[in-house]
Design a protein around this ligand. Structure first.
Ligand SMILES: Cc1cc2nc3c(=O)[nH]c(=O)nc-3n(C[C@H](O)[C@H](O)[C@H](O)COP(=O)(O)O)c2cc1C
Length: 338
C-alpha cells in the first residue's frame, strides 16, 4: 500500500513539505478511535526471539528509527506503532534554531538516496522535554548536539545542558559529532576534544543515582586510523557503545541530477561503507562494545548484513522513506525465522 499509493504522492511533493504532510497525517489518523490499534495490528511484530538486551536496556525488537526524522520528539508514539523497537529523537540542541536556509533536502530517486543539509533545525531542549513528558512506554534515544553559534571550544557546555535536561526523559544518549551540516562539528571527532567531551558527560552521568548509556555516533568518512582511535576512546571513556554511521560527504557513483548538492548523503549508496565501518569496529575491538548499525538499510538482506557484521541493533531512515513501514515488519519477521 505504501509503495503503490502513498509513496508516489509524497514523492511528487517537495521533500520537506512531504515530511511535514506525513507528520500531520499520521498525527491526524491516530486521533481516530480504533486506528492506532489497527495500525499496530498491521505492522507490529512481537515475538520473544526478537527481544534484545543491549547496554542494559530491554528492546522488544532490534529495529529502530534513526535520528533526524523525529527531531523534535513530536511523533515517537505514532512511529512506534509502525513497529519500531525504539525511536531516536533529535538532534536536539540547547536553544531552538532554524537550521540552514531552504531548500535543504533532496531526494535522489535514481540512487535511492537523500542529501540533506538541514543543520540541526529544532525547537530546543525545553520544547523536546514537553513532548517527552507524554511518553508512556516507547524506548527513546536522545541524540544531542551543539548550537550552530556555539564555538567548538564551548561545545562541552551545550552537550552538557542537553544531557542534564534530557536525563529524566530518555533511555540512552547519543553524542552526535558526525553531522556534516554544522560547520566544524566533525572536528570534535578528533581524539583530544572527543575524549574531553565524553569524559565530561560521563562525569555528569556518574553523579546520577542510576547511569544511562552514552553512545557516540560517528561518520562513515573516518579513516581506519581514526576508527582505531574511536575504539581507544570508547574504552578509555567507558561509554556504552557506538552508532555507525551518520551520512557521508562522499559522492561516489551517483546518478541523480541533485548529486552535487552540499550536505550529507544517506541511503543505498551508503550501505556498503557503513557495514564496513561496523565490521571494522566489531573485529578490531574484539566485540568489546555494542554497535547500532545504520546506513542504507533498504531490504531484509541489508539488515541481516549489518547484524552479521557486528551490529546488536539497527536503525532505518532513508530505507523507511523509500520502502515504507513494511520494511520494519519484513526485517522482524525474517529475524523470527532465523
Ligand atoms: C533528512 C535527514 C536528517 C538527518 N538528521 C540527523 C540528525 O539530526 N542527527 C543525526 O544524528 N543523524 C541525522 N541523520 C542521519 C541518520 O540518522 C542516519 O544516520 C543516516 O541517514 C544513515 O542512515 P540511512 O541511510 O538509513 O538514512 C539525518 C538523515 C536524514 C536523511
Amino acid at each position: 500500500m505504501y509503495k503503490r499509493f502513498i509513496q508516489p504522492i509524497l514523492f511528487s511533493l517537495d521533500p520537506e513539505k512531504a515530511h511535514h504532510l506525513t507528520f500531520s497525517w499520521l498525527k491526524f489518523i491516530h486521533k481516530i478511535p480504533g486506528i492506532p490499534t489497527l495500525i499496530r495490528s498491521i505492522y507490529k511484530v512481537e515475538h520473544h526471539s526478537l527481544e534484545r538486551e543491549v547496554f542494559g536496556i530491554k528492546f522488544k525488537n532490534p529495529v529502530g528509527l534513526a535520528a533526524g526524522l523525529d527531531k523534535e520528539a513530536k511523533l515517537y508514539k505514532e512511529l512506534s506503532n509502525l513497529g519500531f523497537g525504539f525511536i531516536e529523537i533529535g538532534t536536539i540542541t540547547p536553544k531552538g534554531q532554524p537550521g540552514n536556509p531552504k531548500k535543504r533536502l533532496f531526494r535522489l530517486k535514481a540512487d535511492k538516496a537523500i542529501i540533506n543539509r538541514m543543520g540541526f533545525n529544532n525547537q530546543g531542549v525545553e520544547e523536546a522535554i514537553k513532548q517527552l513528558k507524554k511518553n508512556k512506554n516507547v524506548i527513546i534515544g536522545g541524540n544531542i548536539g551543539k548550537n550552530k553559534i556555539t564555538p567548538n571550544e564551548e561545545a562541552v557546555n551545550d552537550y552538557s545542558i542537553c544531557f542534564e535536561k534530557l536525563f529524566p526523559y530518555v533511555d540512552y544518549f547519543v553524542v552526535n559529532v558526525s553531522s556534516p551540516n554544522t560547520p566544524n562539528l566533525r572536528t570534535l571527532q578528533e581524539k583530544e576534544p572527543l575524549t574531553l567531551l565524553l569524559n565530561s558527560l560521563q562525569k555528569l552521568n556518574l553523579q546520577k543515582e542510576k547511569q544511562k548509556p552514552i553512545l557516540l555516533k560517528i561518520a562513515p568518512d573516518l579513516t581506519d586510523e581514526q576508527l582505531l582511535d574511536i575504539i581507544d576512546i570508547v574504552k578509555d571513556t567507558k561509554i556504552a557503545g557506538v552508532i555507525a554511521t551518520n551520512t557521508t560527504i562522499s559522492r561516489e557513483g551517483l546518478l541523480s541530477p541533485d548529486k552535487n548538492e552540499i550536505g550529507g548523503l544517506s541511503g543505498k549508496p551508503l550501505t556498503k561503507r557503513s557495514t564496513e565501518v561496523i565490521r571494522f569496529l566489531s573485529e578490531r575491538s574484539g566485540k568489546s562494545f555494542p554497535i547500532i548499525g545504520v546506513g542504507g538499510i533498504h531490504s531484509v538482506e541489508d539488515a541481516l548484513e549489518k547484524l552479521e557484521a557486528g551490529a546488536s541493533l539497527i536503525q532505518l531512515y532513508t530505507g523507511f522513506i523509500y520502502e515504507g513501514p513494511k520494511l520494519i515488519k519484513d526485517i522482524n519477521k525474517r529475524l523470527i525465522k532465523k
